[in-house]
Design a protein around this ligand. Sequence first.
Ligand SMILES: C[S@@+](CC[C@H](N)C(=O)[O-])C[C@H]1O[C@@H](n2cnc3c(N)ncnc32)[C@H](O)[C@@H]1O
Ligand code: SF4
Length: 386
Amino acid sequence: MFNFAALPPLSLYIHIPWCVRKCPYCDFNSHENKHSVSEKQYVAALIADLDQELPEIWGRQLHSIFIGGGTPSLFSAEAIDELLCGIRARLPFTADTEVTLEANPGAIEANKFQEFHAAGINRLSIGVQSFNDDALQRIGRIHGRKEAIRAAELAHDAGFDNFNLDLMFGLPQQSLKQALEDINTAISLEPTHLSHYQLTLEPNTEFHHQPPVLPKDELLWDMQDKCQEKLAIGNYGHYEVSAYAKPNRQCQHNLNYWQFGDYIGIGAGAHGKISNAQFQTITRHVKRRHPQEYLQHASNELRCSSRNNLSQKDTGFEFMLNALRLKEGFASSLFAAHTGLPISTVEAPLKQAEEQALIEWTATHIRPTEKGAAYLNDLLQLFLPE
Ligand SMILES: C[S@@+](CC[C@H](N)C(=O)[O-])C[C@H]1O[C@@H](n2cnc3c(N)ncnc32)[C@H](O)[C@@H]1O
Ligand code: SF4
């Protein structure tokens, strides 16, 4: 039985599933041909979906909002404004609540960032990937170096004092020098946050079927190491496997995921996790993935492709799966606060991890050691339910 004294912070994720062109490495729920659906229709569906979720979250305040995709910057500022107005009318959040929108440098016009800002977006996450034209072309992006730099400059000009740049490394034919140049250019544009992902070949993508030649493991380690050094010199703290931030600029929304907070997911394919103090349950929901099917069912129960209660065993593992990604780990009291379970539930694997020098465990805190962070999968395996 779970036993929640209080509930974890509650975030809201909104999925917009369209892109100008599908990138060959991407397995996110994103589709070409946005024009088959009107923005108005999709925003109405999102609000109808949210309305259905409200009984699960009565009285709770929003901790953060993230509009992701796909390419949400394809939507007009009016549509984003309408969406945020609809949310504000249903769920309380304050003026300083982090509200992020994902933007693609190839899908923004000059005034759009200003209009997003006016609509209430206070953080952008810009999918730059690289500043090298050849690399961008090889990974099938619709933008080049010029557009990537312009996007960051437009973010500053529009008054965003908080924005992220997404970079990928380990790109086809990428050299160490090029990976470092990308980091240098990114730092020179003064984002408050940088996400640095190693390109992975995901099943069901073009790159998986026709793999490009990627840098060898040794070069990948080197890239990661040297890029991390540069980011540290630039005062970007490494706080999660792939996330770096200026002091106090960690992404509040993602931190809530990693600290096993609650979140509602609305939109095609969106995931959510909600704790319930009355019934002492944790429920996960997944919305229908295909945009047309989602639209058709947004206001009824069929909008969900699954809705399951988490078992206690899975809950301990899922907490660790998220929280051990954090470089500083977590306060041990967070486990009980956000899972509703006593820490004794995971005492045996914690002891094992400590014996193998994969974690440091003090009276108040648990954190992965350098070895634990380097062998994160081995560490997490210890918590897998039998
Ligand atoms: C959900 S995507 C959306 C961002 C936006 N649509 C864009 O691409 O400009 C978020 C980020 O995930 C990263 N990403 C996507 N596919 C990846 C892959 N196969 N390997 C590593 N990172 C990936 C990219 O850096 C991307 O910016
Ligand atoms: S623009 Fe982003 S979400 Fe869309 S296909 Fe490319 S990586 Fe995926």
